[in-house]
Design a protein around this ligand. Structure first.
Ligand SMILES: *Cc1c(COP(=O)(O)O)cnc(C)c1O
Length: 482
């Protein structure tokens, strides 16, 4: 058996390895490359000393190991992917895709920009000032601000208006949304004291009228991601507003979805809007910026000016503020809604896509990739409205190993994210850019060509019963929609 001391002596020197790896140095820098090479050599030495190896790895192997370490420690920025899941606001895919105008605004603001400079006077401008009128008009509110996200807007409201005091919430609304938005925990973090009223299925206005001893605020939270059915009861926002007025405390409505005003679309059902909540008597309404608003991650807070200003003046507002890139994206998106060009906001363009056009696209995709069209549904997603579904055509592609096909598509260039269910791969044209349809068809055909069933007739390789891990917030959503 070889003497381990010989093997140890055969381990190459770091400078020799470094010289053989100019590509790594160029890509990751010298210090990082040296550290990774050192890590690889140290691991090899430990293997020899522990008897896990008897010969020193050759230099090329050590360089390859160093490269693996570097790729693991230097993950690239998020990559653009094609969304064929049919989930319009896919949380795992970054929720709302930004409009072309919002992307251009982000690019414009990325360098030096006038986010806090008044170009007329040369003096300091207020960051929120340019957003306030856009937000207020879009929500039909007296005043409005935007912060990091809806969770932040809620924390800010509670801290600024109810710090150390009581907040009334129905037991039926103590929700968890998107895996980490848990109302009781947010309440705790804000310093407000939660007073639960009513029961899980029934809460009446009289419950709000009687509860608490030091009440600062009444909070209504939209049950975005689940439905109560059966024997249920809850006061509408108008009845709650009356209680709030009688008790002399503000009523705050977390509407969640980012719907600015009612649109009358059937698939929206009774989804509350910012304008509707305020019109029905809420003093403040809050929502997300990257759900139905179709903008960047943000939290909107709109309503009575005195309350909005109190929130904006709270020290926490500074910690929760938007950066210039999101100010730019949100501003551009609000301009589009206010100019009645919501269809230019991708989420709305997708949700309102013309059925005939969708059908033609689905048929073309099916023909090119060897599948067939079925009537299905697309989901709004985003943890905002899981059972809000829009009917439309979907392409079914049968495969012997649909999960393997989906995995190949995730590694395509660019990655294509599909849904797997019922032993088939499903492609929803609604969430795909029409301009990419031909390229998508090629990606699908290539991935399916490697499926074992590809040699048999199209559709003959179906393996019923294989389903994907459906999204936590919707049976048709895979990968997880939130
Ligand atoms: C989605 C949602 C939230 C959380 O929104 P973020 O912007 O992700 O913080 C809060 N409340 C409701 C009702 C929601 O639907």
């Amino acid at each position: 058996m070889a003497d381990p001391r010989d093997a140890l002596a055969a381990l190459p020197r770091i400078d020799a390895l470094l010289e053989s790896a100019p590509a790594l140095v160029a890509r990751y820098g010298r210090a990082s490359t040296v550290a990774a090479l050192r890590g690889a050599v140290t691991a090899a030495r430990e293997d020899l000393l522990a008897g896990r190896a008897t010969t020193a790895p050759d230099p090329a192997t050590l360089v390859a190991q160093a490269e693996q370490r570097l790729t693991a420690r230097r993950p690239p920025p998020p990559r653009a992917v094609r969304n064929a899941t049919g989930v319009v606001l896919h949380t795992n895919l970054g929720r709302a895709p930004l409009s072309a105008a919002a992307r251009a605004a982000v690019a414009e603001a990325a360098g030096s920009c006038d986010v806090e400079l008044d170009l007329d006077t040369g003096g300091r401008g207020r960051r929120g000032a340019r957003l306030a009128p856009l937000l207020a008009d879009a929500c039909r509110a007296e005043d409005a601000i935007a912060v990091n996200n809806a969770a932040a807007a809620l924390v800010l409201v509670l801290a600024a208006l109810a710090g150390g005091r009581e907040v009334l919430v129905s037991r039926g609304e103590l929700v968890e949304i998107g895996g980490s938005f848990r109302l009781p925990e947010i309440m705790g973090a804000s310093g407000a004291r939660l007073v639960e009223v009513g029961t899980t299925n029934k809460t009446r206005a009289s419950d709000y009228a009687a509860a608490g001893t030091d009440v600062a605020l009444i909070l209504k939270v939209h049950r975005s991601n689940f439905r109560l059915t059966g024997f249920t009861e809850e006061p509408d926002i108008g009845a709650l507003a009356e209680v709030a007025r009688a008790r002399g405390v503000p009523l705050v409505h977390d509407v969640g979805s980012g719907l600015l005003a009612e649109t009358g679309e059937a698939w929206l059902g009774d989804e509350p809007s910012m304008a509707g909540a305020l019109a029905h008597g809420a003093d403040l309404a809050l929502c997300s910026g990257d759900k139905l608003l179709g903008g960047p991650q943000a939290g909107l807070l709109a309503g009575r000016s005195d309350l909005v200003r109190t929130c904006d003046g709270h020290p926490m507002a500074r910690a929760l503020r938007l950066d210039k890139l999101r100010v730019a994206a949100l501003s551009a998106t609000l301009h589009q809604h206010l100019a009645e060009r919501s269809e230019d906001v991708p989420a709305w363009g997708m949700l309102r896509a013309d059925p005939a056009t969708l059908n033609a696209r689905a048929r073309a995709l099916a023909a090119a990739a060897g599948g067939h069209v079925e009537e299905g549904t697309s989901l709004v997603g985003g943890g905002s409205a899981p059972d809000r579904a829009v009917p439309g055509p979907v392409v079914r592609l049968d495969a012997a190993q649909p999960e393997a096909v989906a995995a190949r598509l995730r590694h395509a260039e660019p990655p294509l994210v599909v849904r797997v269910a019922d032993g088939a791969v499903w492609v929803d044209p609604r969430t795909l850019d029409p301009a990419a349809d031909e390229a998508v068809a090629t990606q699908l055909a290539e991935a399916l060509a490697q499926d074992p069933a590809a040699s048999s007739a199209p559709g003959a390789g179906s393996t019923p019963g294989s389903t994907s891990g459906a999204g936590s917030e919707g049976p048709a959503a895979g990968p997880a929609a939130s």
